[in-house]
Design a protein around this ligand. Structure first.
Ligand code: PAF
Length: 444
């Protein structure tokens, strides 16, 4: 029992118990006894034990499940350490198969009315509401499922300070945080960034913000697609924990005048066609980065010049973490995925694949031995010119593969070909790029 002085500070917590290996009932009873003998824990009530079918994992035998209500003065991490120790004492091996059969499982389901989101611990348990094997014993112990704090997934945050606070809490909880900045209208390209972030990090924060600073007055800011519900569904599907979707006012306020100046990576190509664009991109990404302070931020290689500009800003401003560039994701016919592809009429959409043909043409010639930059660019331009629905070619340029520096004169070595061309009326600008010296796949 807890001493009365301690009891005043005690928190009610509910632990789920499960076993499907060995003497299942003895394992659950052992857990209850061991909990009761642990200083700082008073076992108040134990549910009946019930047999349930396994959920997930390899084929395995039925579980015996139950729950206990405890009053505890232990902090959630200390309680978790006790749970793990008891599981080990019951014979559970740390290297057993993931979600495989086990002697004992002790899950912290509820800890008072606290919500906890750390690397080790998510409380209330994330799938508690879907799991009758945990919910039924809780009901028996007097928990009304309607009062369990709801876990919005992903959590949508509109306020910059709140976003910063959430990211901070995740980092303090030991989570490695991945940031995926977007302007919404999400597609498989964005999903691939989120998947990569999920693989590298414990939690992923995506941002959805159509950034006015990166649009010129004549550009498509007003008509840029904003399918927020579908975007949120994609984020949920990809396991994103936080979605930061601020209003323009919340991001910039009315007196906002600062801009990040960008340098040589922004010269030429997109920088020539859209003079203030990269300064606007750099400004918003720097703000998002300083709010989230991520371990990694993910950007697509499709916007190769944007990636080069952001790598430079990240390095020069000594921002925390690292930038990760991710491969281009393509439609079945090879066209690079872009939020702006939806603007295209079907015939223009079909014609747009000529960009991929132009990239392939230049690469085939390079791999066949052509090293003259002008002739390679001319071959790509000729391909584009052969497509009557291609209304204009903004640029076709060969640059250094990663930082996109202009190539030295003379025969070229490793290089990236970058193309921007316009299709349809009103014209939609499409960007694409590929290494000419590497036989990378240009269709999925
Ligand atoms: O690539 C984009 O979608 C945007 O330029 C970015 C990086 C989210 C900044 O608004």
């Amino acid at each position: 029992m807890l001493e009365s002085k301690q009891m005043t500070r005690a928190v009610l917590a509910w632990l789920g118990l499960g076993s499907n290996l060995g003497d299942r009932e003895a394992n659950l009873r052992f857990a209850c006894e061991r909990l009761a003998r642990t200083p700082g824990i008073a076992v108040e009530a134990v549910s009946t034990f019930r047999e349930t079918a396994p959920v997930g994992g390899p084929p395995q035998g039925a579980f015996l499940n139950g729950a206990v209500r405890i009053a505890t003065t232990l902090s959630p991490p200390a309680l978790l350490a006790v749970q793990k120790a008891i599981e080990r004492e019951a014979g559970r091996r740390a290297d057993g198969p993931h979600h495989g059969p086990r002697e004992l499982d002790i899950d912290l389901l509820l800890y008072g009315d606290a919500t906890i989101d750390t690397r080790e611990l998510v409380v209330p348990h994330p799938r508690l509401r879907e799991r009758s094997f945990a919910l039924d014993p809780l009901r028996e112990l007097g928990v009304d499922p309607g009062t369990i704090p709801r876990r919005e997934s992903p959590r949508v945050i509109r306020d910059p300070a709140e976003f910063a606070a959430h990211c901070d809490a995740l980092r303090r909880g030991g989570c490695r945080l991945g940031l995926v900045p977007t302007m919404g209208a999400l597609h498989e390209g964005h999903a691939s960034l989120m998947r990569r972030a999920r693989a590298d990090c414990d939690r992923v924060a995506a941002t959805i913000f159509v950034n006015p600073l990166q649009f010129a007055p004549h550009e498509d800011l007003a008509r840029y697609p904003r399918p927020f519900a579908a975007d949120l569904a994609l984020c949920a599907r990809e396991g994103v924990a936080l979605v930061f979707a601020p209003s323009v006012e919340a991001m910039y306020g009315k007196d906002f005048i600062s801009r990040i100046a960008v340098g040589r990576e922004a010269v030429g190509m997109e920088g020539a066609v859209r003079p203030d664009h990269f300064s606007g991109v750099a400004t918003v990404v720097t703000i998002l980065w300083s709010l989230a302070r991520p371990d990694f931020g993910y950007f697509g290689q499709k916007d190769a010049q944007q990636l080069a500009v952001l790598r430079r800003v990240h390095q020069d401003l000594r921002l925390c973490g690292a930038i990760v560039g991710c491969p281009i994701v393509r439609e079945a016919d090879g066209l690079a995925m872009s939020s702006r592809n939806v603007y295209l009429q079907p015939e223009d959409r079909r014609a747009a694949v000529v960009i991929v043909a132009a990239l392939r043409e230049a690469r085939a010639r390079f791999l066949a031995g052509e090293r003259d930059a002008e002739r390679l660019v001319a071959a790509a331009r000729e391909r584009l010119a052969g497509e009557p629905r291609c209304r204009a070619v903004d640029y076709v340029e060969l640059r250094a593969p990663d930082d996109l520096a202009p190539l030295p004169k003379g025969p070229i070595g490793p290089a990236r070909l970058l193309i921007a061309a316009r299709f349809g009326d009103p014209a939609t600008r499409l960007l694409d790029n590929a290494r000419v010296d590497v036989d990378e796949v240009l269709a999925p």
